[in-house]
Design a protein around this ligand. Structure first.
Ligand code: SF4
Length: 103
């Protein structure tokens, strides 16, 4: 779907309206290589153990807050980075009463 004209501040610009978040466009999509490069920069001492990391990512995979398979819509983080951190916490609004991440 394409929106044109007045909806784009009367500039005649076209806005592709296939994304769920107006602030997120194809420019926020990242590649596997980019994610791996970012993960490699995290100090081992800051990382959570592998089993907990996997459990967190499984929760993300079934969460309605996951966009593009990579990004949390509640905080804008790449979930693989956030989930890899010992101090990482799930930002889901229901996390206080119904935590998505148990580790
Ligand atoms: S809200 Fe929590 S479980 Fe859902 S995608 Fe974000 S970090 Fe993952």
């Amino acid at each position: 779907m394409l929106l044109e004209g007045e909806g784009a501040l009367g500039t005649g610009m076209s806005v592709k309206a296939t994304e769920t978040c107006k602030g997120c466009t194809s420019s926020v999509k990242v590649t596997e290589a980019q994610i791996e490069r970012l993960l490699s920069k995290i100090k081992p001492s800051d990382r959570i153990d592998d089993d907990s990391y996997k459990t967190r990512l499984e929760a993300c995979a079934s969460c309605d807050g996951l966009a593009y398979g990579t990004t949390c819509m509640h905080c804008g983080c790449l979930v693989r980075l956030r989930a890899s951190l010992k101090e990482g916490r799930c930002p889901h609004p229901e996390s206080q009463v119904n935590p998505k991440w148990l580790a």
